[in-house]
Design a protein around this ligand. Sequence first.
Ligand code: AMP
Ligand code: GLY
Length: 423
Amino acid sequence: MKVLVVGSGAREHALVWKCVQSELVERVYCAPGNGGTGGMARNIAIGAADVVRIVDFAKREKLGLIVLGPEAAVDAGVGDALRHAGFNVFGPDRGAGQIETSKSFAKDLMRRAGIPTADYEAFTQPAPAKSWAREREGKVAVKADGLARGKGVIVCGTVAESDSAIDAMLVQERFGRSGKKIVVEERLEGPELSLLAVTDGTDVVPLAPARDYKRALDGDRGANTGGMGAYSPPIGVDDAVVKEVVDRVIQPAVNELAASGNEFRGVLYAGLMLTADGVRAIEFNARFGDPEAQVVLPRLQSDFVTLALAASRGGLAAHPDLRWSDKACVGVVVASGNYPDDAAMTLGHKIRGLAEIPRGALIFHAGTRFVPGSGLVTDGGRVVTSVALGDTVAQARETALAAARQVRFEGAYFRSDIAQEAE
Ligand code: AMP
Ligand code: GLY
């Protein structure tokens, strides 16, 4: 069959790479793709949120499966339109996608389903928001309600910080429309965990757990980003933790979505914090994480296309247990200088060194573009994810870092402490 992966990041490159390995697949397309997906699939010049042209393409090519990568595709209603036209779609409809696209939708759903999460309130006016934060001595997280590409959260420690975060969103409207409504919630402490699970709207199959590093700089300093690296499995996360998250967070969310008429088919991502009082859900995403996908998919030994078809058609209960590699996987994002400050980044720099990548490393492209005559150039904030499997986390990390050092372009930077905690 023919498969289309929608999106253009390293997550989509990893999905393409996995789909290409499937015996069920004769051809893989990526829309719009990047400089890496173009080497193993056919890039199609259609934007990830271009509903009409994606549906036309699916009809023309008689696609057997469409995999939605980014939230922008979900939020544009690509899933709704394709499903309406009779296609197998791995990715939810827009309604179910609100679990990611609206923080207040997600928090209300968690409250109804009894999912453990931080205490919270939604606000559109600064004064009541500030007094709610003041009652908690400013130890709160202030969040833009809508999509802000992982950057719409300000974690505060003092009243001065919470006041200024609330003003930034509600008064200065620094997050535009996304921040006209905010959620303020109690600040939690503890290591974070990403657990992604495949669901057909009824049954849930957890994928291997991962830990994402959201801050730009070593030691968790610097700005919040979309994710600067990840590894799997994270230290301290055993099968019992995974089971607890499925039973207390993911399955109740899937059930509550279905009960409210928003059946979810695809991958539901729970961002969690392991607090002293137990597991707490921080957020949901309606898609694979990036860079979590890049470290989870290489550990998956089962066929991804079979799994995605079972989820998109219904019938996940009959799917055989997933097989996983015992190896650890580490992914290091190599980013453009000044990322995540879009205004200060410069793009179009020539990328060198990809021919000298050490054996055993995988380079998943994100912000890369192939320019005939000059080769690969940078085309986004996160440029590639350098990924390696290893018998130990230390081995995987060493190879992933060695490969990251080889990827050279003006202004390149990466974190050197991804997964270091597990050594
Ligand atoms: P979110 O976009 O909701 O995942 O938040 C982004 C990041 O902000 C999370 O990964 C956490 O590191 C941090 N964060 C979000 N909510 C809280 C909270 N209630 N307490 C502490 N940190 C938080
Ligand atoms: N790595 C976080 C995300 O994909 O949202």
